[in-house]
Design a protein around this ligand. Structure first.
Ligand SMILES: C[S@@+](CC[C@H](N)C(=O)[O-])C[C@H]1O[C@@H](n2cnc3c(N)ncnc32)[C@H](O)[C@@H]1O
Length: 289
């Protein structure tokens, strides 16, 4: 195991950051590949005589950092890992890197149903790495969940993430187009959640290269106006939700009002646009009658 003095390490870290990139990305690299967390570093700073023990040597870590900076490769894909809420998730370029703003979906669910609610059935459409469903299955061990995706490779990653991070067996994964794999659960869901692809075609073309060149197109593109998938999910949801079942959707920053109208048109009540931490109407929620 390579060892290095704290002073040498901090100097190396400073040099890496001077080349570009941000503290958070370097911290992810050091933690997930180098095997040292911010708190390890802080502790060694206090005991400044201590050495730090790395899982990989600095040259190896530096080569990954260089790839990240030169090619704009997302650090999460290079490390094969991301942190989301309290989960450590495996990610490859087969799945979207789950975003921090999406974490709020779990808080919205907790707010609607309360922490003590029991024995509900939920569906997540388009689970990707599995982040939302795995988090819900941990928060609500008595609930049952079914997470779907059209991409079998994504489902394999989600399944692995679930096995690695959960001590429960309350989540299943199914492959198929939106509601299609859930035919046998018509009228049964208390809750459905989706963060579907919602980027309009003209915006997709202008996305930053770290997104467009690396993250799966199928996870991002929402057709000409961005609402193609959201429309389909909303239109079919009355068939699958129970009376008073909830639908929670993530949408693009300016789609909230349109999604709200779609929900109202499909007989949803208590329809509301919920802001993310930046004050953007990122989620639209409603209850089926
Ligand atoms: C924006 S990503 C969201 C991933 C994950 N839920 C998250 O929040 O990080 C959308 C996901 O929907 C899946 N998807 C795209 N088209 C689909 C379809 N027609 N049916 C089911 N899933 C689909 C993609 O494979 C991708 O995993």
């Amino acid at each position: 195991m390579p060892s290095i003095s704290v002073k040498e390490f901090l100097f190396w870290k400073k040099i890496q950051l001077s080349k570009g990139g941000d503290h958070q990305s370097l911290a992810l690299l050091l933690n997930s590949v180098g095997g040292i967390s911010n708190s390890d570093i802080n502790l060694s700073r206090i005991n400044s005589g201590d050495n730090l023990y790395l899982r990989k040597n600095l040259d190896f870590l530096e080569s990954i950092w260089k790839d990240h900076l030169l090619n704009s490769t997302p650090i999460q894909y290079l490390c094969g890992t991301t942190f989301w809420r309290d989960l450590k998730l495996k990610v490859t370029d087969k799945v979207l890197i789950p975003r921090p703003e999406t974490e709020l979906i779990v808080d919205i669910v907790i707010k609607i149903f309360g922490k003590k609610s029991q024995n509900l059935l939920f569906a997540e459409l388009g689970t990707g790495s599995g982040a939302i469903s795995i988090s819900l299955s941990q928060e609500f061990p008595s609930w049952e969940g079914i997470a779907t995706d059209i991409d079998q490779d994504a489902l394999e990653i989600a399944t692995k993430n679930y096995i690695d991070s959960s001590k429960y067996s309350n989540l299943r994964f199914c492959c198929g187009h939106w509601w299609n794999p859930l035919e046998s659960f018509k009228g049964k869901f208390d809750l459905a959640i989706s963060n579907p692809p919602y980027i309009p075609h003209n915006i997709y073309k202008k996305l930053p290269k770290e997104v467009k060149n690396f993250e799966p197109k199928i996870a991002l593109l929402g057709g000409e106006d961005g609402l193609e998938h959201i429309r389909e999910i909303i239109q079919k949801s009355p068939l699958f939700l129970r009376q008073k079942g909830w639908l929670i959707l993530e949408n693009h920053f300016d789609q909230g009002e349109k999604v709200k109208q779609l929900l109202i048109k499909n007989k949803f009540t208590l329809v509301e646009i919920v802001n993310d931490f930046s004050g953007i109407g990122r989620f639209t929620i409603g209850r089926y009658k």
